[in-house]
Write a protein that binds this ligand. Structure first.
Ligand SMILES: C[S@@+](CC[C@H](N)C(=O)[O-])C[C@H]1O[C@@H](n2cnc3c(N)ncnc32)[C@H](O)[C@@H]1O
Length: 374
């Protein structure tokens, strides 16, 4: 993200991957809000972007681009006309008072059932002040999006425990660049606080981003404690123009419906795949499967899955089984950390039929015994 001065105000430049992030959060929030507001027991929704920036950016061509707070405010302001008996609260906060002042000039008007609170300060303090415990019939969506790998788990904790969903930007590129170089007390404390590990241990992680990703997911799971309810974490990588991961966007929810919806929205945002990584068409080249039967297969890139990888996963799971109920097939995907079923069912069925010659009926699939593509 670059920066330029515009009439004395600093406007950030939004790179394509940042614009994708805005799109994903915007689309998800719209779908999340509509789903919940249609639910009788939900009295209202609360959306929080506690590190929201000014909401205004420029793209590479100099066009004005809106960030999350303006996009979400506009969408929810429209939606709330259709739900007069429900309430919406938006909280927007940033360290910078200037940024919040710019943001305010772009926000839609509030109404009797559409409220906006703006403030400047530490976003973690705001989260600690919002009393999520006492508002059981409100549903929360928190966006936690700092510029660096800097997470305050004590502020996030209540949102993992209650009627909340949390979207966390894990700036793993900052850690890879900075953890081993961290010298000052503040820099060391930032990484230690984020990964709940001392710096000596973190340095042994080296450049292995997967260890950091795993660590963040383990912390979230541990913070959930012994809750009897299942918890779901989806994680999607965001690649820059150099095809390097800048961050992972994590979606954390106690609701499988939220988890399914986020996966679907992410795949739709990336145009039918799990990230914007440039795989250079290699994903479709047939290769010999030396570890298996020696027959041709396609390459799977765990940082950018395609529908063919979903079909391969299902075919491998159910290979040789007859008349498997579609309910069981889709349930397998519902639980998967990255693969969606909603929104992609026709494409997945087509791939199973064309590639593996599986027999698709209205209610069942009979999976052939073939190990690889035909
Ligand atoms: C990546 S931008 C946020 C983008 C925004 N969430 C969006 O999607 O449009 C990061 C912003 O977080 C702010 N920030 C970082 N740490 C913060 C903190 N602890 N409290 C408040 N603001 C913070 C920075 O000032 C910066 O404007």
């Amino acid at each position: 993200m670059g920066r330029c001065k515009n009439q004395g105000i600093t406007i950030d430049t939004a790179s394509p991957h940042t614009i994708k992030k805005f799109e994903l959060i915007e689309k998800y929030t719209k779908a999340w809000a509509e789903k919940l507001l249609n639910y009788e027991k939900c009295n209202g929704i609360v959306f929080i972007d506690c590190m929201c920036n000014s909401g205004v950016y420029q793209d590479d061509a100099g066009n004005e681009i809106f960030g999350t707070p303006i996009r979400v405010a506009n969408i929810l302001s429209r939606i709330m006309h259709f739900f007069p008996s429900k309430q919406t609260w938006l909280y927007f906060n940033d360290f910078s008072e200037n940024k919040i002042n710019i943001l305010k000039t772009y926000l839609p008007s509030t109404t009797r059932n559409f409220h906006i609170v703006t403030r400047s300060g530490d976003g973690n303090d705001l989260l600690k002040e919002i009393n999520i415990e006492s508002n059981q019939q409100l549903n929360y969506l928190l966006v936690y999006d700092p510029y660096t790998a800097s997470l305050d788990w004590s502020a996030l904790l209540p949102f993992f425990h209650n009627w909340g969903e949390v979207i966390i930007n894990h700036m793993v590129s900052d850690t890879i660049r900075g953890a081993s170089q961290a010298k000052s007390g503040t820099a060391v404390a930032k990484y230690e606080q984020t990964y709940l590990a001392n710096i000596e241990e973190l340095v042994t992680f080296g450049n292995d981003r997967k260890v950091y990703e795993k660590r963040i997911q383990e912390i979230i799971t541990a913070l959930r404690g012994f809750s009897s309810r299942q918890y779901f974490i989806a994680s999607f990588p965001f690649f820059n123009r150099k095809n390097v991961i800048v961050y992972n966007l994590l979606h954390c929810s106690g609701s499988i419906e939220g988890f399914k919806l986020f996966k679907k929205t992410a795949w739709k945002t990336f145009g039918g795949k799990s990230s914007a990584k440039d795989t250079h068409g290699i994903e479709n080249q047939l290769m010999l499967d030396f570890e298996g039967s020696g027959e041709p297969n396609t390459l799977t890139d765990e940082y950018c899955y395609y529908v063919k990888d979903i079909a391969k996963y299902l075919h491998d799971t159910f290979r040789g089984q007859e008349q498997v109920s579609l309910i069981d097939v889709w349930r397998k995907l519902d639980e998967h950390p990255v693969f969606p079923s909603d929104g992609f069912k026709p494409e997945i069925k087509k791939e199973l039929k064309d590639t593996y010659k599986d027999t698709i009926l209205k209610q069942t699939i009979t999976f052939s015994d073939k190990r690889v593509r035909t």
